[in-house]
Structures are given as structure tokens and as C-alpha cells.
Design a protein around this ligand. Sequence first.
Ligand SMILES: Nc1nc2c(ncn2[C@@H]2O[C@H](COP(=O)(O)OP(=O)(O)O)[C@@H](O)[C@H]2O)c(=O)[nH]1
Ligand SMILES: [Mg+2]
Length: 257
Amino acid sequence: MAALDRVRIVVLGDSGVGKTSLVRLISGASGAPGASTIGATVEVKLHEYKEGTPAQKTFWIELVDVGGFHSHRNMRHVYYNNSHGIVLVHDLSNKKSQVNLDKWLREFLEREAKGNDITGGDFDVGGGNGIDHQQQPVMDVNVPLLVIGTKLDLASDLEDKESKEADLPVHDSTSASAAKRRSAVADEYLAEEIHVNCNDDKSLVAGSSALNKLARFFDKVIEKQFYRSGNHQHKSAYYHSASAQQSLAERRRLNVQ
Ligand SMILES: Nc1nc2c(ncn2[C@@H]2O[C@H](COP(=O)(O)OP(=O)(O)O)[C@@H](O)[C@H]2O)c(=O)[nH]1
Ligand SMILES: [Mg+2]
């Protein structure tokens, strides 16, 4: 079997929102965590592009969780520069994590300007997550974007409790309550959003709307990278990156040719 093409998707969000749990849920990982490169965690999964159509083709998806390793934003830029898609993660039981998505997205979108300056003295401020808190105008998102809300189980509990206290009818996971929890960033950038409980394998069960949206997002990332003209240079540069080496090691670990 020929080597498979691959795309890299960076997963961003505040510490504790569930990025590691989410990435492992998506990749179906069990046991030891994924391979680490300079501290970033990479999980890989096989994805069937345009499954069920004559164009179907298998790709590797690399999910890169950079949040856990370095508060130094210029180090995160190393990963941003080689990414073909972005997943923004917020915790549905923590409003602040949703508000912060805008800052994470801005930091990612500024990668072109700052990506090469990895030795600069641009440090994290006050032990936070190193995000620039300046307000700036809406920017152009030039890679596919997906927003994922985690801890749906906790958010439902919270909502039930609030409803009971206010003597209101209890909500379940209806589309109305899902729409209510949708992040501002997803609306602003017209991105899809899905809500999951990362600790429940059934969150992304076959046929679920969450899994369908996720598959469509992966298709979009692949399409942008491999099926549009003018991307060859980008692709070959990526092939020689440290990450490509890393995923080779990962494939060997998984014993896949
Ligand atoms: N109840 C619940 N807990 C979750 C969910 N996702 C993550 N967690 C928990 O939240 C904590 C932080 O998760 P982690 O994946 O380490 O977050 P990260 O810092 O963004 O990588 C862990 O204790 C997880 O078990 C979820 O969907 N529901
Ligand atoms: Mg983590």
C-alpha cells in the first residue's frame, strides 16, 4: 500500500477544557497517550475522504494538541505554521473558555506575521495562557475551522439545576438548548459547532450528527490541501517537516504501512 497523504489539524482552547480527552475520543485512542514532539501531543486517525463516493480515499489526520506543553506563544506558532485546519475547544460549563476562543483564533491567525520569530521575548503574561488580550477587528480565516463544546454532560446538569431553581421546565439536549450554547466565534466565522461529552465513547457514534459534522470538517481540510490548485509547494514543505517524521514513527508504532 502506498504511503497515505496526511493533514494536520491544530486543537486549541484553554487549559482544562478537555482537549486531550477530545483528541483521544476522536482518534479512538486507548492506553498510553499519543506520541510527543517537543511536548505537543499528536494523535493520528485514519479518515475516509468522501466516504461512499467514487472519490473515496484514505488519509491520515494528525490532531495536534499544543496547549499542554508551553506557555510561550512563539513556540505554539511553530505548530500553527504547518496546520491545515483548526479546532477550537470550549467547555460548555465554563463560559469564559468560550469567550477566550476568539483570542485563540486570533493568535492562530496571526501566525504568518509572527511565525518565524521564535526567539523573540514575547512571553506569557501573569501565568495565563499567553494570549494577547488586545481587541482587534475580525480577521479572515484561511483554513477550515470547527468549534467543539465539551462537557455536555456537566452543562446539562447545570441547565437542569438552573431551570429547577427558576421553576422552569427542564431542558434536554434539544436543538434549542444546543443553539443557546453555540459559541459567538462559530457564529462570527460561520463555522460548524458540535457538542460532546468526551468521556463517553457514544458521543461520536456512527451515524450521529456530531460524527457527520466532524467527517465533513475533515473532508474540507483535505479538500483545501489536496484538491485545489496551487497547494503543491505547501504540501512538499510539509512532507519534510519534523512532524512528518513524527507521524511516520507513529504509523510504525501502529504497524501500518
Ligand atoms: N464530565 C466531563 N469531564 C470532561 C469532559 N472532557 C474532559 N473532561 C475532564 O476535564 C478534565 C480536563 O480534561 P483534559 O482533556 O485534560 O483538558 P485539556 O487541558 O484541555 O487537555 C479531565 O479531568 C477530564 O476528564 C467531558 O466532556 N465531560
Ligand atoms: Mg491536555
